[in-house]
Design a protein around this ligand. Structure first.
Ligand code: SF4
Length: 279
């Protein structure tokens, strides 16, 4: 007997994935999903959790909140190798400045996305669809909230038992169309979802955080200081990590200019952590 694959929304709780979930709830994207999954790094700004509390009761399907732990704590956990070297394992895409040469760079690998977004999300999807080990048929259709202005982020699923679907692309919707859709229905504007300290923030996002959610901005400032302390004593790091591309401490950066295309590879595309961490 063949069963239909489960339709599951990968909910980042930002603009795009929230609009997609509400459109599904309104019957504008078919079929009705069985569930949505929100992978929580436990470091989103308070506004995102408040938004989720608003969103959840408006959806006719359950929202599963899953987590692989608190990313900021794991990123600071120092391990000791067998030969006594100190190192930290979890990598966030920091900007870096070499200790000896002052050369600036960037960490390319987003282990945070893989471990704290993708892994818990796929684990839950697997559980919901009762996917067996070695399953080769598609058991889950995963809805990803990528809009037309972010097509370059579309990727096929790495798991044989899952296939990705991009309903907003099917509807040729851009981020602004999502905002307009929400507005037309009298819904509030969803927040931008990403960890408070995400190095992919544009200057305008840093400013928004600093001016509207100062406690969250302060968390990012303190996190940067803590990471710099830990990395300084680690053997697998010879550069100082920074959250801003200028490699200036966050509380001293001039955020008055807009660097929408400059802060990170994808920041110029209004990227968000759309369930699988789209930033
Ligand atoms: S929002 Fe940024 S820091 Fe958080 S998981 Fe995604 S890439 Fe990593």
């Amino acid at each position: 007997m063949t069963t239909e694959p489960l339709q599951i929304i990968s909910l980042g709780a930002g603009v795009q994935s929230s609009t997609m979930a509400l459109m599904a709830a309104a019957g504008e994207i078919l079929p009705m999903p069985s569930a949505a999954i929100f992978a929580d790094t436990q470091d989103e700004p308070a506004g995102v959790y408040k938004w989720l509390d608003w969103l959840e009761p408006r959806l006719p399907f359950p929202v599963h909140r899953v987590t692989a732990g608190k990313l900021s704590e794991k990123a600071l956990q120092v391990k000791i190798s067998k030969d006594g070297r100190r190192y930290t394992q979890t990598s966030i895409p920091y900007f870096t400045k070499e200790l000896t040469t002052g050369l600036q760079g960037k960490i390319r690998y987003r282990i945070c996305t893989a471990d704290f977004k993708l892994a818990p999300l796929m684990k839950k999807a697997r559980e919901l669809a009762a996917v067996k080990r070695g399953e080769k048929t598609v058991r889950v259709i995963q809805w990803i909230g990528i809009s037309l202005d972010e097509v370059q982020r579309m990727k096929t699923s790495r798991d044989k038992w899952a296939a990705n679907r991009w309903p907003l692309i099917e509807k040729e919707m851009r981020r602004n169309d999502c905002l307009n859709w929400m507005k037309a229905r009298g819904f509030p504007e969803p927040p931008r979802s990403a960890c408070v300290y995400c190095p992919y923030h544009s200057n305008s996002e840093w400013r928004r955080l600093r001016d509207n959610e100062p406690a969250e901005f302060e968390k990012a400032v303190q996190f940067e200081k803590a990471v710099q302390r830990e990395k300084f004593h680690s053997h697998n790091f010879n550069s100082t990590p920074f959250l801003h591309r200028s490699c200036v401490p966050l509380d001293q950066v001039d955020l008055s200019t807009d660097t929408e295309r400059g802060q990170g590879l994808l920041a110029g595309f209004n990227a968000e952590c759309s369930g699988m961490c789209g930033v």
